[in-house]
Write a protein that binds this ligand. Structure first.
Ligand SMILES: Nc1ncnc2c1ncn2[C@@H]1O[C@H](COP(=O)(O)OP(=O)(O)OP(=O)(O)O)[C@@H](O)[C@H]1O
Ligand SMILES: [Mg+2]
Length: 352
């Protein structure tokens, strides 16, 4: 109609087609959610960018396929559709202005009981999110028995620059732990106010990069550290780790009750060490009892323990193992949940 380039395809028609495509987690269409950028039309070819709310989005290919189908169905004369992806993680509205650090979302990993794998889960989730392209940090809030340095293969004291500590980086993840400050093998007796101050300093006295997710590995139980944390920093939510055994249910419940009292939303429950030895079902039972989402299981695998001891997370060391795949899936699921939580207009609504 208008010479060689004039295919008659308009940006408006493309936008109209994309307004029929739903973002499956956010329950709205791509246009209403302002997720479409840089629409290009060249001859019979259409291209655009979908701006995701997390680089770890589990539904990329679904959105890609549905967008292509909608455009081919609704816009005449289109030969080829090219979908590009970019991501911008939204900031937890409760952080804005409260903490003077450039962190967008703070997630706690907790459990009612010790030794269920919080630190392992924190480490592998953090590395998984980094592998997806997110900017991630881990803050080891276990000031009694910090294990995070070992799990990341890190040691030594962090550098201090202009009165702030520079976090270590391993596997693309920024890491800070009281373990870096404590003499090896020495226990520190913390009293209430000191503990509160120490935990707060791990957030505020560290030169964090602009992180999409800061994962906080908590000590076991539901005591002072949890209370301190919830009072010091705005958490987008917590992840509860349990074992597969039936007793896990009551342990997890204790942990969850503490967070609920503190008005920290629970993102969901992960069952760790599932397998022939300990069985399965504890995590799902705990989630059901608490009325929160069951996120999934991670198998018992000796390589996880060996990796923890030698500073090599299983998602790096054995990426094809079931356990590594579970961690990768869980990380995407959690990132998607956080996206939904940051979209909730009223923070009160996020409390489950
Ligand atoms: N799925 C798994 N398979 C095999 N070993 C595991 C698994 N998850 C964790 N472990 C091992 O179990 C031990 C305890 O895990 P971890 O330190 O992560 O637990 P935790 O809940 O953080 O403990 P604490 O309460 O002491 O902080 C570690 O040696 C770890 O390597
Ligand atoms: Mg731990």
């Amino acid at each position: 109609m208008f010479g060689r380039k004039g295919s008659g395809i308009t940006e408006e028609a493309v936008r109209k087609a994309l307004s029929t495509v739903q973002e499956p987690e956010l329950h709205n269409d791509l246009i209403s959610l302002n997720m479409i950028r840089d629409i290009t039309i060249s001859g019979n070819q259409v291209g655009f960018t979908i701006m995701l709310t997390t680089p770890a989005c589990p539904l990329r290919s679904q959105m890609e396929n549905e967008s292509i189908a909608a455009i081919k169905r609704m816009v005449p004369d289109v030969d080829k559709v090219t979908v590009r992806f970019d991501a911008q993680v939204r900031t937890d509205s409760r952080i804005a202005g409260k903490l003077n650090i450039p962190v967008k979302n703070i997630v706690a990993v907790a459990s009612g009981k010790g030794g269920v794998g919080k630190s392992t889960v924190s480490t592998n989730l953090a590395v998984s999110l980094a592998l997806e392209g997110a900017k991630v940090g881990v803050l080891d809030a276990d000031i009694y028995g910090p294990n995070i340095p070992m799990m990341f293969g890190l040691s030594g004291k962090p550098r201090v620059e202009r009165e702030k500590m520079i976090p270590f980086t391993a596997y693309g993840v920024e890491v800070i732990s009281m373990g870096f400050m404590m003499p090896e093998g020495e226990a520190v007796v913390w009293r209430g106010p000191m503990l509160h101050k120490a935990i707060r300093q791990l957030f505020t006295d560290v030169r964090w990069s602009e992180l999409d997710y800061l994962i906080v590995d908590l000590p076991p139980g539901t005591g002072d550290a949890q209370l301190s944390l919830a009072q010091s920093v705005p958490l987008i939510g917590s992840i509860i780790v349990t074992g597969p055994q039936a007793v896990a249910v009551s342990d997890a419940r204790r942990g969850a009750t503490a967070f609920k009292r503190l008005e920290v939303p629970i993102i969901g429950v992960i069952e760790n060490m599932t397998g022939e030895i300990f069985g399965t079902g504890g995590g799902e039972g705990a989630a059901r009892l608490m009325g929160v989402e069951f996120l999934g299981t991670v198998e018992l695998d000796a390589r996880i323990r060996m990796g923890s001891d030698s500073g090599k997370p299983i998602v790096i060391e054995a990426p094809e193992s079931n356990a590594a795949k579970s961690f990768r899936d869980l990380a995407r699921k959690i990132a998607a949940r956080i996206s939904v939580m940051t979209m909730a207009p009223d923070p009160e609504l996020r409390i489950i």
